[in-house]
Structures are given as structure tokens and as C-alpha cells.
Design a protein around this ligand. Sequence first.
Ligand code: EPZ
Length: 442
Amino acid sequence: MKKHIITNGPTKLKGSVTASGSKNASLPIIAACLLFQSTVKLNNIARLKDISVLLGLLASLNVKLSFDSDGITLDTSDVKNISLDQKQASLIRGSVLILGPLLARFHRVVLPMPGGCKIGKRPIDFHLKAMEQLGATIVYEEDRVIASAANGLIAGNITFPLPSVTATENALMAASLAPGVSTIENGSVDSEVLELVAFLKEAGVRIDIKGSTFIIQGHCAPLTKEVQFSIMSDRMEVGTWIAAAGITRSHISVKYLRLRQLETVIEHAREVGIKIEQKNHYLSIDATGPLQAKSIKTGFEPEFPTDLQAPFAALNAASDGTWFIEETIWENRFDHIKQFKNLGVEHLLISGQKCQYLNQSASTIRSGTTTGKDLRGTCSLLLLSLKPKGSSTLIDSQHIERGYENFIEKLNSLGASIKQYPNSFQKLEYNKVMGSNKMQVS
Ligand code: EPZ
């Protein structure tokens, strides 16, 4: 559903928020439940649109889902269907994560082409080649692929041309039920991948990691251990709060359950002039002193994450200085920067995957109307519109709900004045996808 947001600035944030569970760690771990013939309890799962769509896809495969205040229990003992609904699967990129586990367990998958944010070409060739290396045959049809391995997957050696996050996750899940020892070379060692590895190890899969090589001892039969697992906090949300504090020159604190790699981002923010202290699962973020824009070059972990490029671009736009961004992962992740102009950011030059601001001054930011196109970019437009005096409108704000749980409510609890039309969706959306009041998330 299309939505819009009206902000009233200038905004000063104050207080504390709790970061939700990681979206990009939850998606593969939910998909990995298909490797089990038992029940799995997942705690700290965020109530997000992308996650509700994936849960809906699992429900359509006959996975039984039940919710309580801590999380979700998934019972995969009675999965029957191996075809995914085309319309639902095309809503999110995460639907591709069903390929590996479903193929490993049921030896055949009909996978519609996945969707997701429009930030680049987003092919799935690495995923499909990895499945072929594990013994699968792939048939390409219009808008879908059929993957099959009549006698089940077998262990194999996979080498990725680039350390793709979700392709590494798919390969790890598939190899977990491919009997024998598989290797994945040049895999992604991003925090979300390591979280999936921790989950699979908890389930009894032996995985060793040496640099960017994974060695997996595949099981012959579905996993049966009854596992309880708490998902780490969303480091992209925590990074977004650092940018939010910086843009509004505020002092806030963020509580988290567990973070893996955020050092690069914290170091970057400190060089901008934000004081950050980490103690007892709290991050104190003090951005009340002078800030200076700092150039960004995104890259694979441990370099600066592409998913925080947009919020930190907004932080640069709200700071003084000349700066530069190079986006090395996605070909088309600058839509938000084009929109910054509507909030008074002048002197911008964009060329391919690079952009540059000359003589930027924070004082030029003014209220205006912008339009969101993707999750992180839309969030950056909201953050930048908190700074200037007056009322700003953000059209197509619904993208934020794909990846940030109760973000507007959290901002308002810190003192922002934001209204969304029509009002918040998240509880409703879970009910709608699951189609049952019994499954309601409260
Ligand atoms: C994951 O996407 C994240 N999504 C993205 O987050 C994130 O931006 C990205 O990793 C990079 O960190 C999820 O985890 C659900 P990739 P993914 O495969 O796995 C090329 C967000 O905002 N490639 O690591 O799809 C690709 O074009 C989202 O939360 C191929 O060429 O990204 C890109 O240039 C957006 N062929 C590079 O690899 C393939 O088959 C890395 O992409 C796969 C990837």
C-alpha cells in the first residue's frame, strides 16, 4: 500500500531506543528451517514486511507457524508443496533463499524470479551455478527456474566470482544436506552469513571457516534437533541511528542484543565527529559537537556496507564540507541522492556509481517534498527531512516498512514529529499474510 509521511522540523532527538532483530540475518535463518524435520523457535525476529512475505511463502509450503511475544515457532515436518507463489516471491529478494534448503530437502524447486529493491541488475546466476556444483540440474523458463536433483544433492566445490551474501547463504544451506564434504571458496563472510553459520552449527551441522573458505560436512537426512535461536540485532538499523543522531545533532542511546561487525561504521562516524561509546549492550551516540562530512567508498565486509551508504550520504548532506561517494556493489543506488536536491542540497555531481558534492554547507538544507524508491534511500530522505525548519513530505514512504521495524514510532518516541498516512501497517500485515487471528503477533 502506498503511503506518505509528513515531518515537522527542526528535530532534536533524545532518549533511548532498542534495535530490532536483523532483517538480513532473519531471512536466511527462516529459510534454513526448511532443512529441519522438527520444530525451530526463533527469537528476536523483527515484524517487517520482507519477513512477513517470506513467512507467508513458507506457510504456503505447509510450514506451520505460531507466534508468541518472544518470537516464532516453525514446524516444518509436514512440508508438501515445492512451488512458490509467483506474485509473493517476486515481492522480495529474500525469496531466492528458499532455493537451497528446499532443493536439498525435497530435490526439486520451482522458483519464480525474486524481486526486491531496484538498486541494480541483481542476477541469481551465482546461486544457480552453486546448486549445479552440488549436483542439481537447472531448467530456465520464462520468469522462473526449475531446479532438480533426482537422487538428492551431493557434496561439491563451489567458487564464487564475488563474495555474494545470499548466494553464499544458499550454498551453505544446500551443502548442509548434501552428504559429504563441500567447500565454498570466495564466500561472503558478512555478519549476516556468520549468523546463519552459527544457527546451522547449533543445529548440528559442522562448518569450518578459513578466511573466505567454508568447509561443510553435509548430513544425509533432514536436521532433527529442536533448536532455539535468538537473532542478532540489526546492525544496519544501529548504523542508521548513528546517522540519525548526526543529522539532527542529537545525543541518543541504542540498546542491542548482539552485533557482529559495526567497527568500520563506528570508526567512520567518529571521524565525522560523532562521539560513540559501547558498554553493556548500549551504544551512546553523541553528535552534539561540530561535524565534518566524510567521503564513503562501499565494499564487501569489513569495508563500509552498501546498506548504510544512503543514511550516511544524508549525514554528509547535513554536514559541512566537500565529499565523495563511490558505490562499488550496486549499479543504481543513488536515487535518494537525486532527491536530496528537493531538500536544498545543491552542487551535486553524479556519474555512474560515483557522486560528489562541492562546497556543501549544512545551512542550505530546507524543507521540501521527496519521493522514496528503495528501502535504505527512502529512510535517508526521512532522516534528512528531520533537520530543516518546517514541514516536509515524503511520498512512497512504505519502502521503510520493508526493513525497519516501527521506525517512525521509534523516531517519535525520541521526540520527532512524524505523521504517516494511512497509519502504521505492521501488525495488520502479519495477520493478513498469515490469514489467521491465532497467528497474530502482538
Ligand atoms: C544482500 O543482497 C542484502 N540482501 C542486500 O541488502 C545487500 O545490499 C547486499 O547483500 C550486499 O551487502 C539480503 O541479504 C536479503 P549480493 P544480495 O549477492 O545477496 C552480484 C537491503 O537494503 N551478483 O551480495 O542480493 C550483484 O549484482 C538489501 O537490506 C551477481 O552478479 O547481494 C552485486 O553486484 C539491499 N550474481 C554483488 O554480486 C549473483 O547471482 C553482491 O550482491 C548474485 C550477486
